[in-house]
Design a protein around this ligand. Structure first.
Ligand SMILES: Cc1ncc(COP(=O)(O)O)c(C=O)c1O
Length: 392
């Protein structure tokens, strides 16, 4: 691997693998030397349908010739269509569009505050959870427990309370002390180390928040768009949230996000109270509509479910024969392999061998976020590489 590749013109905010990607071929990334890499990261759970999806590319190409940008001074055709579809497909009564996950969460935080301001409840505290991740803005970091992500960026907002997951007593104790306006929780924590949250805990939170006029926001930025086997994770939980943030897989690589809300919350937001220049951009909306066309195809859903099972089997076999793996955690196609060695070093070695994976949590979790529709032969090839590096 060419360790010399670096670009000093870039702010050094990321751990980058020393390869320069030139293009992609379906489920492979290709570098400037023509070397192919199996993409088991999907650009951090974004390119859920793989790369160069002809149908999406064509929709985007045709939108490019119509209009790129018109701002929220107007409605636009693709915007209206996508909002209608998201409302029809979910619990939500209306949608606020933006361009990323953190912007969606930022909107959620503001909408929670504004709802309670208008309702004159005097509440402003928001509960988030240990190992949770909602983005890198000061507000999102305020609800994050990672000292590494926060170090050097203080002061943070002081109205966040960070609780452990799956501890309903701790949750109800805090609620009993009052002043809680909202809860923001990922149904499965991915960035924080891949920790699926107990269904009974989530249901407990829903019951308590409903009884106490507390807004429940599910952060489905990563779990959404079929990554856990249903379009949205909450559809497996047996209840509906009041609010949901989505992004990542929504545009299959086109930057787009959204905050979906029930009408009682939307009523607190009036013209001029929140906004985003690029939110609802016609290109982003066209890409998202094209993604939904594919995601809603039953054949795709069953392929995703098959792949989830196939990964379960392959992972069980890998774990069985590897002394380097301490635990495998999986929710659909969010997969965390806890290893007894440096995950960072493994990520580099796997890349050299032609497999792209990511890390999560501390340096002990290899994270696999494969494209949802990846072919079995490619999964098999990838597991051969994983075996070569995890079975010693
Ligand atoms: C659950 C969750 N919420 C929010 C975000 C922030 O999204 P973005 O990086 O698009 O700002 C992420 C990013 O990983 C995420 O996983």
């Amino acid at each position: 691997m060419d360790n010399k590749i670096q670009n000093l013109n870039l702010v050094d905010a990321y751990f980058r693998l020393p390869i320069e990607i030139s293009h992609a071929d379906n489920f492979y990334l290709v570098d400037t030397n023509g070397k192919e890499y199996i993409d088991f990261a999907s650009g951090f759970a974004v390119t859920n349908l793989g790369h160069n999806v002809e149908y999406i590319n064509n929709k985007l190409k045709s939108q490019i010739d119509k209009i790129w940008h018109c701002s929220n001074l107007f409605y636009n055709t693709e915007l209206n269509k996508l909002a209608q579809r998201l409302v029809d497909l979910t619990f939500a009564d209306s949608v606020f569009f933006c361009s990323s996950g953190l912007e969606a969460v930022e909107a959620a935080i503001k909408f929670i505050r504004k709802y309670h301001f208008e309702a004159k409840t005097g509440r402003n505290k928001i509960i988030t959870f240990k190992n949770g991740f909602h983005g890198r803005s000061i507000a999102c970091l305020s609800g994050c427990s990672s000292t590494k992500a926060k170090e050097g960026f203080a002061p943070f907002l002081d109205d966040f309370i960070i609780l452990p997951i799956n501890d309903l007593n701790a949750f109800s104790d805090i609620v009993a002390h009052g002043n809680i306006a909202g809860v923001i929780i990922e149904p499965t924590q991915s960035e924080g180390g891949v920790y699926p949250v107990d269904k009974s805990f989530l249901q407990g939170i829903r019951d308590i928040t409903l009884k106490n006029n507390i807004i429940l926001c599910l952060d489905e930025v990563q779990t959404g768009y079929n990554r856990t086997g249903t379009l949205f994770k909450y559809q497996q939980l047996g209840f509906e949230p009041d609010m949901m943030t989505i992004a990542k897989g929504m545009g299959n690589g086109f930057p787009v996000g959204a905050c979906l809300v029930k009408s009682h919350i939307a009523a607190a937001i009036t013209p001029g109270t929140h906004g985003s220049t690029f939110g609802g951009n016609p290109l982003a909306m066209a890409a998202s509509n094209a993604v939904l066309d594919i995601m809603l195809d039953d054949k795709v859903t069953s392929q995703v479910l098959d792949n989830i099972k196939y990964f379960e089997q392959k992972l069980a076999m890998l774990k069985e024969s590897s002394s380097l793996i301490s635990q495998v955690r999986q929710d659909g196609l969010i997969i965390g392999i806890e290893v007894k060695t440096s995950a960072k070093e493994l990520v580099i070695k796997l890349c050299e061998a032609g497999l792209i994976v990511t890390r999560a949590g501390n340096d002990n979790v290899l994270r696999i976020l494969p494209p949802l529709t990846i072919a079995r032969e490619i999964i098999d090839d990838a597991f051969i590489i994983l075996q070569q590096h995890l079975i010693v």
